[in-house]
Every structure is written in structure tokens, then in C-alpha cells.
Write a protein that binds this ligand. Structure first.
Ligand SMILES: *[C@@H]1O[C@H](CO)[C@@H](O)[C@H](O)[C@H]1NC(C)=O
Ligand SMILES: *[C@@H]1O[C@H](CO)[C@@H](O)[C@H](O)[C@H]1NC(C)=O
Ligand SMILES: *[C@@H]1O[C@H](CO)[C@@H](O)[C@H](O)[C@H]1NC(C)=O
Length: 195
């Protein structure tokens, strides 16, 4: 009896978990497929550039990506001819809160933004690697990157592996993407099982 109840719960847990995994997979791959492709090919291009400088590849930092995306949203609608200093974008405290980033983990990070009409991929990449921005992309200090884009704007946020530049939060110090979500879900189900 106890065993069959346990198996039943286990089966339920497995199917619920599977359903969540599928949901998660469809969310990530359905709606964001094209976005990911553009971001991933830009990151790839940056990493080819870094490789040519004998530097390690940057890995995608999801919290930095959230930050970059929100900054890009603030720049949305501004034309390239308008002189904008993205560093003066308002609402940064709100963005940090929204992305669950501790401000103290951003001080070593760096934000670079580029405006190219229609975000022509090669021009965007060259604007990052072939201008004075290249100097920053050549730095071995940076280990991760987050990418955001909106209209003509592409924002790259560089992160470090040190606490002062990791774009982490208190709650989840390591890179916290869907894995964290799964762990939380699993925790919820386990609590529910025990009850
Ligand atoms: C990268 O390393 C190779 C082989 O060690 C060397 O020939 C080349 O000059 C290096 N390139 C740079 C940019 O440091
Ligand atoms: C950031 O660091 C400062 C100085 O160490 C500290 O006073 C502040 O509370 C920290 N802020 C957060 C959000 O942790
Ligand atoms: C940067 O982008 C502009 C278009 O906004 C383009 O005209 C220029 O050639 C690009 N610069 C580089 C170095 O690719």
C-alpha cells in the first residue's frame, strides 16, 4: 500500500516534471528562437574575434542579458543620429530589481551599445570589434556577456567571474537560468510529496 502510493506519487511527479520541462523547452524554443539566433551569432562572432586574440570565449550570462535587454528597451525608438549616452538611461535601479541583479555585482561589468539601422549583423559585429569597443572585448578580465536588442540598438553587457562583476544576486549566486527554475520546481514538488 505504502509502496504503491509512493510509486503513484513518483509517477505523478515524473509526469509533472516532464510537462514542465516540455513547457520550458517550448517557451525557450518557440517564442525566442529568432532572437536567440541573432544573439547567439553575435556572441559567436565576438568569440571568433577573442579567439584571434588568444582569449577565452565569453559565455552567455543570463542576468547580464536581462539587464542588456531592459537597457535596449529604454533605447527603443531613439534614432541612431540622436546622440545618446546609454549610460544615462533612466530606470537602472528598477532594471536591477527586475533582473534580480545586486548592484554590487555590476561594478566591474561594462555596457557597450551600438546603433545600426536594421541591425545588419556584420555591421553590428564590426561596430563592436573594429571600433574602440574592441579594446574592451580584447580584455581577458571579461568572461561572460549578455546581449539585448531593440529596434536599431544592440547592447552588450560584459561580466567578469569576480563577485564585483558577475551580475549575480543574493538568492542565486551562480549562473541562474532554467536550471534554477527547475530546482525551485523540484523543491516545490518534493515539499508537496512529503506533506
Ligand atoms: C596567439 O598565439 C599564437 C601561437 O601561440 C601566436 O602566434 C599569435 O601571435 C598570438 N596572437 C596574439 C594576438 O597574441
Ligand atoms: C553594496 O555594498 C555596499 C558597501 O559594501 C553596501 O552598503 C550595500 O548595502 C550593498 N548593496 C546591496 C544591494 O547589497
Ligand atoms: C558601424 O555601423 C555603421 C552604421 O550604423 C556603419 O556605417 C559603419 O561602417 C560601422 N562601423 C564598422 C567599423 O563596421
Amino acid at each position: 500500500m505504502v509502496i504503491s502510493l509512493f510509486t503513484h506519487h513518483l509517477r505523478l511527479l515524473t509526469s509533472l516534471l516532464l510537462a514542465n520541462l516540455l513547457l520550458l523547452a517550448s517557451v525557450t524554443h518557440g517564442t525566442h528562437l529568432t532572437q536567440h539566433n541573432e544573439k547567439e551569432s553575435l556572441l559567436k562572432g565576438i568569440n571568433v574575434f577573442r579567439q584571434s586574440q588568444n582569449l577565452s570565449a565569453l559565455t552567455m550570462n543570463y542576468k547580464a542579458s536581462c539587464f542588456a535587454k531592459e537597457i535596449a528597451k529604454q533605447l527603443e525608438g531613439e534614432s541612431c543620429s540622436q546622440v545618446t549616452d546609454p549610460n544615462s538611461v533612466p530606470g537602472v535601479p528598477d532594471i536591477l530589481k527586475k533582473c534580480k541583479v545586486n548592484i554590487n555585482s555590476t561594478t566591474d561589468g561594462l555596457m557597450l551599445s551600438v546603433c545600426v539601422v536594421n541591425r545588419v549583423p556584420n555591421l553590428v559585429l564590426n561596430n563592436f570589434t573594429q571600433t574602440f569597443y574592441g579594446k574592451y572585448l580584447k580584455s581577458s578580465k571579461f568572461t561572460g556577456a549578455g546581449i539585448g536588442k531593440e529596434d536599431d540598438w544592440t547592447v552588450v553587457v560584459l561580466s567578469t567571474s569576480t563577485p564585483a562583476g558577475s551580475f549575480s544576486s543574493f538568492a542565486c549566486r551562480s549562473a541562474c537560468g532554467s536550471l534554477c527554475y527547475l530546482i525551485v520546481l523540484l523543491g516545490l514538488f518534493l515539499t508537496w510529496l512529503i506533506e
